[in-house]
Design a binder for this molecule. Structure first.
Ligand code: AMP
Length: 358
């Protein structure tokens, strides 16, 4: 594995806020970034050395991009797998194609987790109304139907409480491949952001406790209000997932803490830096963004230790217009992603409060 030295250029596929915060962290370590993104004026492009605006299937642009950079990473897991393979044939891609392919499909992701000995909610694939009937018998109710691909922030998901919800499910999934998942009565939702570098060193950040509103992350709090043994188990699971994927970079594992047994089971994994890790910018010795750059460049990983009690809150849509409320709060760190249109529910920025350990 080659170490990528400062002065090199990191190619980032995807131009959103995650790419923006990666590029800022890369700059601190002496790297330049080149963003590949289909949209003009993307948040990451605004703070990077170079920007290629092209579609993900534009092979001429991809070829040029691969030739112009020293290593490639991604900040968006719905980059087509064919695009990732095209890049990986030409340049080191970290994380690799495998992590992307597995996590792009909820069925392959859940199969992979279970095959790796990681527990999830029970699930069964379905497509047609007849398949759904079989899945209902097996999984029972309440349950949650989720499309296998392109679901995020609760999109492509339906909660099923009664038999009559079945028609609603087919109406929403529209016979695209989906899974039916058992509903988990959880006490709380947590996530572990974990890094693994090209030399296979692993470092997990402290567990974050996540509160979602309308299926979108609202806050992450560290430390999570969980027992030490649950914290330890969650970190072990995250490391197990990173090792099983032979992963290089930062990975997030979202989990449920079950309310009856206190057991931890995995909901989903994201092969990238994650919204529930934004607290690390001011709240940990190393941020998740710096950690990702260290990991993909095969530098030593930084300490993931938290600096105190931390709360991160997303600023969605017009919340971003309350800037002065945060700018005049001495304990708040305010982030604006450089997006101009504050559409409802759009992630526009975030705020972090750190109450430092003495
Ligand atoms: P997902 O897109 O899978 O991350 O789901 C979004 C949110 O829906 C999760 O953060 C949970 O709050 C809720 N959710 C998803 N799956 C389940 C489940 N099987 N049981 C209970 N709640 C769920």
């Amino acid at each position: 594995m080659t170490r990528i030295e400062p002065g090199s250029t990191i190619g980032i596929m995807g131009g959103g806020q995650l790419g923006r915060m990666l590029a800022l962290a890369a700059a601190q370590l002496g790297y330049k970034c080149h963003i590949f993104c289909p949209e003009e004026n993307c948040p990451a492009g605004q703070v990077s050395d170079k920007l290629t605006i092209a579609e993900y299937d534009d092979e001429t642009a991809l070829e040029k991009f691969a030739n112009a950079v020293d290593v490639v990473t991604y900040e968006f897991e719905n980059i087509p797998a064919t695009t990732a393979k095209f890049i990986a044939d030409r340049k080191t891609l970290r994380p690799g194609v495998k992590a992307l392919e597995i996590t792009q499909d909820r069925l392959s992701e859940k199969n992979f987790l279970n095959d790796s000995g990681v527990e999830t909610a029970p699930y069964l694939a379905f497509q047609t109304a007849d398949d759904l009937e079989i899945a209902f018998k097996e999984i029972g109710r309440p349950s949650v139907a989720k499309t296998r691909r392109f679901g995020y922030d609760g999109k492509g998901q339906v909660m099923i409480k009664s038999r009559s919800d079945k028609d609603k499910v087919i109406g929403i999934t529209n016979e695209t491949p989906a899974i039916l998942e058992g509903f988990v009565n959880f006490d709380r939702e947590i996530s572990v952001v974990v890094a693994r570098n090209a030399s296979s060193d692993v470092a997990a950040f402290p567990v974050g406790e996540n509160v979602h509103t309308n299926h979108i992350l609202d806050t992450t709090t560290v430390p999570a209000n969980i027992r030490e043994i649950v914290e330890a188990k969650a970190k072990v699971i995250a490391a197990q997932v990173a090792n099983a994927l032979d992963y290089v970079g930062v990975l997030a594992v979202e989990m449920f803490v079950k309310d009856d047994t206190g057991d931890v089971i995995v909901n989903e994994i994201a092969p990238r830096v994650h919204n529930s890790g934004h607290w690390t910018i001011e709240g940990a010795k190393t941020s998740q963004f710096e950690q990702h750059i260290r990991a993909i460049c095969d530098l030593p990983l930084g300490s993931p230790e938290a600096l105190g009690k931390v709360v991160m809150k997303n600023l969605l849509g017009e919340d971003i217009l309350d800037a002065d409320k945060y700018l005049t709060d001495a304990s708040a760190s305010y982030h604006h992603y450089g997006k101009s249109d504050p559409r409802p529910g759009r992630k526009m920025g975030h705020v972090t409060w750190v109450e430092a350990n003495n």
